[in-house]
Design a binder for this molecule. Structure first.
Ligand code: MSP
Length: 698
């Protein structure tokens, strides 16, 4: 049986061009759609533009053009923006299109016929920015909208009302029976308590402007823009092609600011139109805000970032995938998160260049060794371990994508990529090449299989990177097929005769000039630009936005303007992470939850050997006993602070589960030493003598 999946984004107001904040929702929806397509689902991914209402009418007046003209221009800008950001919606709906107008009117008629729309008088307060009615108690002192910081306008007019008050109980039952209807759970609580306070009937028509869908049989009224807009999820399915088989939606992706409309009004409209519970949308998934300099990224705050300019700045064509990766990896989906160019540069160098790209380019020099591949011997314990790590990651990523948790999926995938890099260090193909072609053959096939799996695992988030990887691996592009599950739940078997097509590095090192230019162009806004003070749209009850910290081992990244003191105190290979100027008093960092802290594997280590490395005068090469069968090699940027002989026998604290880092000449670093930064230089942290090697540090 065909498995179907219907995913939507909100439809965007056309008073603004798409920016990185609005792109966030569409990219996330695209990732979910691509994942489902690879799993063999028949997917319908809908986005579009919300073109009616007072806000748009006023914007058109401000520009001195007719609203229709504004709608045509701006919807075209949105339509073009998405493919340029790697998004492939299956349909794009405009609310000014005839199919939508007819569909919204049909929905209205159904509800009216059911007796849940009636004519009355409305008197109250309205925020045009939100296109929403407010009660006095919902506004700030002076009748000011908490999101837009502008005064809500008094409205007094005849209006049609939707009998929302009738649906409180049924909505609460729906949430009770389907707690996943609103996700994450904290948002469900918010919605539930709003409904429990008692629902008022909702004014759903306006008479004081004309830019909207006419109310059926009463031309004096146009529909309330949210009634009009929400119905797009339904109207898009019926014309011009019949897509009604996709109903009900599996997930409506929305920003937290528009949760109430989707989790309360929308199901209530559908209930009133006769939809039983099992024909209602399955889930409303609310994500947080992308902030910039701590403020919600938005046109009104003049703090937007153009996603295309940013992507182009990083790299033509593949830069888009870098942005997609960074947005979804750094901002835990569901929470607010701050955009930072440092984060992008750090992740580009570390996660993408040093972990993913490097894995490919550690394989390719050996891949053409046909003799080795022909003689491959059976897999040994190292190969079995890697195979199982990749399979575990693949399942974990599937589970996370199934639950629309792309951040978690990427974390799982990167654990496997790190393990694959470790495998290269341990399997040492450069040594096998000299000693045993059959062993080299096994290593090449194992790595090729892991990379083939990786090319599928990263494809939902980075489709262009996946294609580039596959090309160099000599594989055909991924083409989703309905009914065919292509997710690599089992590591693919490799044909020893398979030809590779080595090419240029996928993530070339960015040169200093480019990095400097990106830093200047995308430096965070100096001052919060919020009119009237506080951060608009940032829920005051929430913890402050998480500012993603740049990945630690970022080779080409320095942050003179924003020192990362505590990070620098972990002693990484000097080449890999040039030490920034570090103040002695570290700036406080964002609060870390215990689970995140617990992921760091800190252990007591004892330095067994220490030596200088020719031509690398900032680092020492150490072997450190951390309680494993063999001491680990750790390359530490401490040559200026310690003589090698003074270190042998010394106890240290090792970060033991940090991604291994290649260091050139076949040397890898398998851990990091903790140290403090003092005015006198770097000082190693030393546990007392009673601590045996390998003892956990907590
Ligand atoms: N037109 C309504 C939605 C109607 S859906 C039936 C609307 N449009 S909007 O253009 O203002 O916002 C569209 C989406 O973009 C919302 O989900 C909103 O949360 C999201 N974002 C806009 N700026 C954003 C950020 N800075 N960060 C994350 N998402 C942001 O609301």
């Amino acid at each position: 049986m065909t498995r179907r999946y219907y995913v939507t984004t909100p439809i965007y107001y056309i008073n603004d061009v798409p920016h990185l904040g609005s792109a966030y929702t569409t990219i996330a929806a695209d990732v979910i759609a691509r994942y489902r397509k690879l799993r063999g689902f028949e997917v319908h991914f809908l986005t579009g533009t919300d073109e009616h209402g007072l806000k748009i009418q006023r914007e058109a007046e401000r520009r001195g053009i007719a609203p229709e003209v504004l709608a045509d221009q701006m919807s075209a800008a949105f339509r073009q923006a998405w493919p340029a950001l790697g998004c492939e919606p299956d349909d794009f709906i405009r609310t000014h299109e005839p199919r939508h107008v007819a569909g919204a009117q049909a929905l209205w008629r159904k509800i009216r016929a059911a007796g849940d729309i009636y004519l009355g008088d409305y008197q109250g307060l309205y925020c045009v920015g939100c296109e929403a009615y407010y009660t006095d108690k919902e506004l700030l002192p002076g009748g000011v909208c908490p999101l837009h910081k502008t005064a809500a306008e008094p409205v007094k007019e005849q209006s049609y009302f939707f009998r929302l008050s009738r649906y409180g109980e049924r909505l609460l039952e729906l949430y009770e029976k389907n707690p996943e209807f609103v996700s994450p759970p904290s948002r469900l609580n918010e919605v539930r308590s709003f409904v429990r306070q008692g629902l008022q009937d909702l004014s759903v028509s306006r008479t004081t402007f004309r830019w909207g869908i006419p109310v059926p049989d009463d031309d004096a009224h146009v529909m309330y823009v949210w009634f009009d807009a929400l119905s797009n999820y339904l109207t898009a399915l019926s014309a011009p092609v019949d897509h009604t088989r996709f109903w009900p939606p599996n997930v409506h992706l929305v920003g937290k600011d528009i949760l109430r409309f989707h989790a309360v009004y929308w199901p209530a409209f559908l209930m009133a139109a006769g939809y039983p519970d099992d024909a209602l949308p399955r889930q409303i998934l609310a994500h947080g805000f992308l902030t910039y300099g701590g403020q919600k990224m938005s046109k009104s705050l003049r703090n937007t970032v153009s996603p295309l300019a940013l992507a182009e700045g990083i790299a033509p064509w593949l830069g888009v995938d870098v942005i997609r990766y960074c947005l979804l990896r750094s901002i835990s989906f569901g929470h607010d998160g701050d955009f930072s160019i440092e984060d992008v540069l750090g992740r580009y160098a570390a996660d993408l260049g040093n972990t993913l790209g490097n894995l490919l380019h550690r394989l390719l020099p050996f891949a053409s060794d046909a003799a080795a591949r022909a003689a491959a011997e059976p897999a040994g314990p190292l190969e079995e371990a890697l195979r199982s790590q990749v399979e575990v990651a693949s399942r974990a990523a599937a589970e996370a994508f199934d639950g629309c948790a792309p951040t978690r999926a990427l974390e799982a995938i990167w654990v496997a990529l790190t393990a694959a890099n470790s495998y290269v260090d341990r399997a040492a193909p450069w040594a096998a090449r000299k000693q045993s072609p059959a062993r080299l053959g096994t290593i090449v096939l194992t790595l090729a299989a892991a990379l083939e799996a990786a090319s599928v695992l990263v494809a939902p988030v980075m489709p262009r990177v996946a294609a580039a990887l596959r090309q160099q691996l000599g594989l055909a592009p991924l083409v989703p097929r309905i009914g065919a599950d292509q997710w690599p739940l089992d590591l693919p078997a490799r044909d020893p005769g398979h030809a590779f097509a080595p090419g240029e590095p996928i993530f070339p090192r960015l040169d200093k000039e480019r990095i400097a230019e990106l830093r200047t162009r995308f430096a965070p806004p100096a001052e919060p630009a919020a009119p009237g003070g506080g951060p608009p749209g940032v829920d005051p009850a929430e913890p402050p936005p998480t500012r993603p910290s740049p990945a630690r081992a970022a080779p080409a990244v320095k942050t003179p303007s924003r020192p990362r003191a505590a990070e620098a105190a972990a002693v990484a290979p000097a080449e890999a992470a040039p030490e920034p100027a570090v103040p002695t008093a570290a700036a406080p960092k964002a609060v870390l939850d215990f689970d995140s802290f617990a992921k760091i594997d800190l252990r007591v280590g004892v330095v067994r050997t220490a030596e200088r490395i020719p031509k690398k005068d900032r680092v020492l090469s150490l072997t450190v006993d951390v309680g494993e069968a063999e001491p680990r090699r750790i390359v530490a940027g401490i040559a200026a602070h310690y003589a090698p002989e003074a270190l042998v026998g010394r106890r240290v604290v090792v970060v033991a589960n940090l991604a291994p880092r290649p260091f050139g000449g076949g040397l890898g670093s398998h851990g990091m030493l903790l140290a403090s930064d003092t005015p006198a230089g770097v000082r190693l942290i030393t546990p007392d003598d009673a601590s045996p090697p390998g003892a956990p540090v907590r």
